[in-house]
Ligand binder design. Structure first.
Ligand code: AMP
Length: 436
């Protein structure tokens, strides 16, 4: 078994880790297992510039490879560069990604290019902690001999030392899309972020808590909401996006804009580095879709019958909602591919709460794995929605417990969960991962 550590303290750290795991699983390791992610302070020499003092996100993956140790190192260095790390860099300087080989079975190597086990392993308690959390004793029983630490010595050290207590733990999968509504009439947060400063503060809080993408919407879609029109939507979005333009350009923040107005989408894609367009209506014209394709922006399409939700427009109660969504999905994806969108850039959302009865919403969630057949990434937006009132009588803003429990049931079958409570989701997913 091979163990590789991944660290990032520049840019969108969780997305950098995910990118690296994807590339490693495509070309280097098979049967990959991922640890949780923990945040640690940068390890720096005394004279390091203060700007280097940026916290890292760290994780470990295990897997198998047929490569020689040196070919493995070469492959990992190529991935570091593909993600954006320069070939030459100053030791200790911040890095978009750092990949180190910790262990390769019971191999011991010490040459100018490669030392196995990794020479710093014993000096980094957070790595020992992550290895122990992965149950190292089970998957790597052979002990290293000689002066190198054995697996059991590594584990003993973790057990002897004070338990390592991470200050922040995150889960890599599924990616979380944090929700910020810059509306006075949102169903789920009652207009808490209807002010630029509050919205921007909330966006950074969600990103710090581990959201990979933040979805900003200025049009409420709740039943009975009025259509505000493109002018007011732009007025609400512009100051927020102006405040975030720098981090969006540098890749520190990935922003999704929730809009179905072609003129707004054209303007925003021209003026800002928008990562996703989240289209809850699915009625965009060919020109707008081609622009989204040209910009290599991700495009999220959602199944809906009416936007805002019209409480009298439902799928027939005897309809098989999943079949309807699959049929709509394959038709829509075919059109998008013809217009130049890459399959990898299309995200499909079955539209929980948009024209389905509570029972149909729950049926969709139970059979969510069927959407894999469409070949796109899948996002679920189930957070705090009213189908949960079939399960409890909490108000929308108090439905995070149910939302999180449902998320845990979905997490192996979806790529993105669009949620309000990012911190709560991370805590629950980290604990769930620790025992599954
Ligand atoms: P870093 O700045 O941490 O990425 O250091 C990378 C350099 O350390 C590489 O160019 C390797 O030649 C060398 N090295 C020695 N042992 C290892 C190891 N176990 N894993 C990764 N790099 C190693």
């Amino acid at each position: 078994m091979i163990y590789i550590s991944l660290g990032s303290n520049l840019g969108s750290r969780i997305n950098n880790l995910r990118h690296a795991v994807d590339l490693i699983s495509e070309g280097i390791l098979s049967n990959i297992r991922c640890s949780n992610i923990i945040e640690t302070e940068a390890i720096l020499p005394k004279n390091a510039p203060p700007a280097w003092n940026k916290p890292f996100l760290n994780m470990v993956i295990s897997g198998e490879a047929k490569l020689s140790p040196h070919a493995l190192l070469t492959g990992l260095k190529a991935i570091e560069q593909e993600i954006g790390r320069p070939a030459v860099y100053e030791k200790w300087s911040p890095r978009i990604i750092d990949l180190d080989i910790l262990l390769i079975d019971d191999a011991q190597l010490d040459d100018p290019q490669l030392t196995i086990p990794h020479p710093e392993l014993n000096n980094r308690p957070f790595l020992l902690h992550l290895l122990a959390m992965m149950g190292l004793q089970n998957c790597h029983p052979q002990a290293c001999s000689g002066s190198k630490p054995t697996d059991s010595e590594i584990l003993n050290q973790v057990q002897d030392d004070r338990l390592y207590r991470p200050t922040k733990s995150l889960s890599l999968h599924p990616a979380l899309v944090g929700i910020v509504n810059v509306t006075p009439d949102s169903f789920s947060d009652g207009g808490l972020y209807n002010n630029t400063d509050q919205a921007v503060e909330k966006i950074w809080e969600l990103a710090r808590n581990g959201a990979s993408v933040i979805d900003i919407g200025a049009q409420s879609t709740r039943p009975g909401a009025g259509i505000i029109g493109p002018g007011l939507e732009y007025q609400r979005l512009k100051p927020v996006l102006d405040s975030l333009a720098g981090p969006m350009d540098s890749g520190d923040l990935q922003i999704s804009v929730d809009s179905f107005w072609p003129e707004i989408i054209h303007k925003l894609l021209s003026d800002y580095q928008i990562s996703w367009i989240n289209d809850v209506k699915g009625e965009l014209d060919d020109d707008t879709l081609k622009m989204i394709a040209d910009k290599k922006c991700k495009y999220c399409i959602m199944h809906s019958l009416s936007v805002p939700v019209n409480s009298s427009e439902f799928l027939p109660s005897d309809a098989n909602a999943m079949s309807v969504i699959k049929e709509w999905g394959s038709r829509t994806i075919e059109r998008l591919l013809k217009l130049g969108l890459a399959l990898d850039n299309i995200i499909l959302d079955p539209g929980i709460g948009f024209g389905k009865t509570p029972y149909q919403n729950l049926d969709i969630l139970r059979s969510i794995s069927e959407l894999k057949i469409l070949g796109t990434q899948i996002m679920i937006g189930h957070s705090r929605k009213s189908y949960i009132s079939a399960l409890c009588n909490a108000k929308a803003i108090d439905r995070d417990l149910e939302t999180i429990a449902i998320s845990l049931g979905l997490m192996h079958d979806v790529d993105f969960l669009r949620v309000h409570d990012v911190e709560g989701h991370m805590r629950a997913m980290v604990a769930y991962n620790a025992v599954t």
